[in-house]
Design a protein around this ligand. Sequence first.
Ligand SMILES: Cc1cc2nc3c(=O)[nH]c(=O)nc-3n(C[C@H](O)[C@H](O)[C@H](O)COP(=O)(O)OP(=O)(O)OC[C@H]3O[C@@H](n4cnc5c(N)ncnc54)[C@H](O)[C@@H]3O)c2cc1C
Length: 405
Amino acid sequence: MSTESNSIDEHKIAIIGAGPAGLFCSTLLLEKGYQVDLYDQSSGLAKKFLIAGNGGLNLTHSENIDSFTSKYYENKSLFKELLSDFSPNDLREFCDKLGVETFIGTSGRVFPKKLKAAEMLLNWHKYLNSFSGFRLFKKYKLKEILKDKTLTFEYLAETKTIKYHQVILALGGGSWKKTGSDGSWVEYMESLGIEVAQLKPMNCGFETNWSEFLKKKKQRLYLKNISIEFGDKSVKAEMVITNFGIEGTAVYALSKYIREELERNNKALVTIDLKPDLSLEEIKSRFLKKKAKESMSNFLRRSVKLNKDAITLLNENKDSISPELIKDFKVTLNSVRSIDEAISTAGGVCLEGLTTNFESKEVQGLYFCGEMLNYEAPTGGYLLQGCFSTAFRVTQNFPDVTPRK
Ligand SMILES: Cc1cc2nc3c(=O)[nH]c(=O)nc-3n(C[C@H](O)[C@H](O)[C@H](O)COP(=O)(O)OP(=O)(O)OC[C@H]3O[C@@H](n4cnc5c(N)ncnc54)[C@H](O)[C@@H]3O)c2cc1C
């Protein structure tokens, strides 16, 4: 074991986790005049952030604050405070500062003009490197923290212990382990007396027992402009039929409620309206005009304007295709897909054990931010905004130590 004797310097902060939350903490603290040692177990920065950029990096949302903060469910009022300190507009200004232009899409969601995360990450890394107080330690896996903030890392085949005065953890959730966010930190929180709510999948898929017909389908079915209903909640968006069950934006938006129902009852019934823009009466009247010789698939495409994937789904119930089935396609879900496949994680470090600046009440000088905190939100830019706003809040506990650069 090698021990680095780090003369404990109040102005040198250790940040573990180089995802957006850890990178943003690093940025703000460097700007305040601190030295930052940023550690990550991966060989590169922000791998999940890069993956998030694959489908078009949705940074935040432009909707009004009440609608925005309602997406954090029971933590709505906390996020109202957090977003008044660091708002979606502040996030866009930060992107501007990095030389990354953003735009508001038709849905109100905010994206970088180039849609990908790579440009932002490259500029961000350059900006961090422009501070002499910044040091980056890649391939350092945090294995243990003691109450005196001695950190034990595994680095290649070595064990290194380093002590700091102040430590910020931004270790992410427990999904997409290959990005480095493996949730292994849960193990050493207990010994510190820090309460952690079990990590669970959020923005995830669900399983059902499809017929052999759908199970064998190699291609996924993309259902556009559908609406999906669960209990008194309904979402109009798009979804995907896989051979295990369902996923996609509309499903993610309901995933907290569906997951909770599965925990209570081991099953959850959702209803898909494959043609929300047409009333049941209108579809019935079109059915009455169906020509006897016309195939059902042709009729559904021509007259009801269903796409071929929606028709394939209906063909699961070939003998009973009816207006009611189109408006009211029921699916009984029986389990949640694995956490590793989920877009994000629910659960994490319990907020009750933290101060308003997310410092542990149990271990002074130990802070948390980003997805490892116990809050959840649907996709739509709420996850990344949450990382930035919680990181901003943590750094508010650190006064400026030298004039800004
Ligand atoms: C496919 C996909 C698409 C997404 N799309 C969007 C989107 O469009 N909009 C949006 O808002 N959100 C999106 N998200 C979610 C978003 O990427 C995450 O919420 C966000 O990256 C979390 O940031 P974080 O900094 O808290 O943690 P992470 O980004 O998970 O970073 C945590 C870091 O900690 C490191 N780490 C973990 N444990 C250790 C350890 N023991 N020692 C050292 N280092 C460690 C990891 O290597 C990692 O680099 C998407 C996620 C996925 C998977």
